[in-house]
Design a protein around this ligand. Structure first.
Ligand code: SAM
Length: 399
């Protein structure tokens, strides 16, 4: 069972990620939706029946979006964008309309929360992952094998089919059906994006999203923030995935990984991506994951690219899921402002195991702040948490 104060804190944390002085107007609805959830005592009390690992606050947001989208529930529906449509104007009338819908349909909301897992698949994270692949493969152009843990609908498996606009520079196929835009923050600069050819690819998910099933697709859309650009990129990515039909194995990421790694075409280095997945693994599962990767690295180099919040989840987060040392200023920024992910790479090759903090990153791929300096890889076994590291001269204040 969950604690109502923890659910409230989770809702407020999401709201904080979608607000702040430089938040675009289109983010107001998402911030307000989670603020409303944080203030709805009856809803919080009912959500406490769900275990914390089901992410009750996020489930509630998805359930409200699902009902609004399915039923075009008036008057709340006028605040929510249609996929592919513009962001409707926001005003304070939202709060009364949202509270009214939640209070009058609370049983339906809870039924949806109990019946579904929170299934957000944020294709925008592909930009940050693509930069991580560029940085760790050195832009050499040798083909790689790609495995995506917690792949959801497999949107991250098609990352070489998207076009990217990073800090004003465009990369990737010109005829791509989806262009992802990412702002560069801070003073560090990532390498120019250059993805190697992907020789083979596969994803694993405990509950994969079947894009052919209209209800699964509708729930996936409901789990996306109700923000026009999020919904537009999700629709475009669903279009790409529906055409390419990525191989997705149903099962536990750590349990299925050895066979997935064996199934990838031999002769290539492998990049194992985890975006917002390892954060849900327990410490023994994380340790087993590292063992699986180390064992696969007896045959070929394997890089684990992680884009995850700090653990434990929430404001007390202080550690990288990969066991990478983090500078203390980054940890205190996380604890004060929260809501960013850390992009890290851990490379296993023969008996060596080295890691590097690459960047911090917006949870929906809207910005990246590059932190890596060339040659800064550390042996992970020697590393300790919270080592001092130079702080970039300018820091973004908000996650
Ligand atoms: C927050 S979502 C992230 C999805 C996707 N990686 C992204 O960044 O958009 C986490 C995903 O991991 C999956 N998941 C969680 N624990 C898992 C596990 N132990 N094994 C496999 N998949 C898992 C969930 O089903 C969900 O699809």
């Amino acid at each position: 069972m969950s604690d109502t104060e923890e659910i409230r804190a989770q809702a407020l944390e999401v709201a904080a990620g979608w607000s702040g002085p430089d938040a675009p107007d289109a983010w107001q609805l998402t911030a307000a939706l989670f603020r409303m959830i944080a203030e709805h005592e009856v809803l919080l009390g009912r959500l406490a029946d769900l275990p914390p690992d089901r992410l009750p606050a996020l489930l509630a947001g998805a359930a409200v979006s699902f009902l609004v989208q399915r039923d075009r529930a008036a008057p709340l529906a006028r605040y929510f964008p249609e996929p592919g449509g513009p962001q409707p104007p926001f005003d304070a009338g939202f709060y009364a309309a949202a509270e009214d819908l939640v209070s009058s349909r609370i049983d339906e909301i809870l039924a949806l929360c109990h019946a579904h897992r929170y299934q957000m698949n944020e294709v925008g994270r592909s930009t940050q992952i693509a930069l991580g692949i560029t940085a760790t493969t050195g832009g050499r152009g040798d083909p790689i094998g790609l495995a995506d843990l917690g792949t959801g609908a497999g949107l991250g498996l098609a990352l070489d089919r998207y076009r990217y606009r990073i800090g004003g520079q465009a990369h990737g196929p010109q005829d791509a059906q989806l262009t992802l835009t990412c702002e560069l923050r801070g003073v560090g600069r990532p390498p120019a994006l250059r993805l190697p050819p992907i020789a083979d690819r596969a994803g694993i998910d405990a509950s994969p999203v079947d894009l052919q099933d209209p209800l699964s697709r509708a729930w996936l859309q409901a789990c996306a923030p109700p923000e026009a650009s999020s919904l537009a990129r999700l629709s475009a990515a669903i279009g790409v995935a529906s055409q390419t039909q990525p191989a997705i194995i149903a099962g536990d990421a750590v349990g299925m990984l050895p066979s997935v790694l064996r199934s990838l075409a031999p002769g290539h280095s492998v990049v194992v991506v985890d975006a917002y997945t390892a954060v849900f693994l327990t410490a023994p599962e994380l340790s087993r994951l590292a063992d699986v990767l180390a064992s696969a690295a007896e045959k070929r180099p394997v890089t684990w690219l992680s884009l995850d919040p700090l653990v434990p989840l929430g404001r007390a987060g202080r550690d990288s899921v990969q066991g990478l040392p983090l500078p203390s200023w980054l940890i205190s920024d996380y604890q004060r402002h929260g809501v960013f992910a850390v992009l890290g790479a851990r490379t296993f090759h023969g008996t060596s195991d080295t890691g590097q903090l690459l960047a911090r990153a917006h949870p929906s791929g809207q910005w990246v702040e590059w932190l890596a300096s060339p040659g800064a890889e550390l042996s992970v076994r020697q590393a300790t948490a919270s080592e001092p590291a130079p702080r970039p001269r300018r820091q973004s204040a908000r996650g």
